[in-house]
Unconditional design. Sequence first.
Length: 291
Amino acid sequence: MEPEYVTVSDNSRTAWVTLQENNAIAKIDIVLKTVTDIFPLGFKDYNLPGNEIDPTDRPNNPFVISFNNWPAFGMYQPDGIAVWEDKGVPYLSTANEGDAREYSALTEETRVSSLALDPVVFSNAAFLKTATNMGRLNVTSTLGNIDGDADYDALYSFGARSFSVWSGLNGSLLWDSKNDLEKKAVAANVYDDDRSDSKGVEPEGITIGIIHKSEVNKKVLAFIGMERADALAIYNVTDPLHPVFLQMLKTGDAPEGVLFISEYDSPTKRSLLVVSSENDGVIKVYAPSAL
């Protein structure tokens, strides 16, 4: 197990931990000091409508970023995680960055172009393996050879290029942003096409901010730091089944730490958002009008 980030319930009795390289979330009873569940997160089908991706950093036209369906899956592999509760029900929000395992005994990351693809499943294998199509997409070598022969029957890439909402009770997927983060990054001119073959915008850090703690005007916001877009997306997640995009903020280089300070704890009496970026060492404090 490779635990990454942790979030804790309001009553401090339950914790949820992302097991990024294991593509899972652990649920922990803090009082009993026991892991009560491990939720396997499954895979995201990039061949479904709404899940279109750009899998290459070598497009035919370097000025065009094209999202299309491709016969591959994404392992959610969340990094950051945050919990908020509504009427006693815990909702988990995750930043689905993805990560490959690499140590002396194992290097799992490989490119589609280097794999033998099953000719029945992938009848257009030669087309897929070209650099301008899916050939440069990084995938794991540890999954996909379903029948144990010499070729691959399915392809699994790292991360899901999204953020998701899960049930804190049973780990079921309630909502996923699909490719909205990447499309919003393109619209804001912060998408890095050089990372298309890897994990796209790489959602890494996430936090939840609650505005107006009374139930009358309560607003719940999710803040998602995208390492490769050098930007942070804000969504209204008050309705956890129907989050709504609000705003994109340009941050420092590779935002990772994200901290929300409510108006009740803020020295300015306004909600604040603190973002730390690992590549340039910059810390920024925001007070967006939306807060």
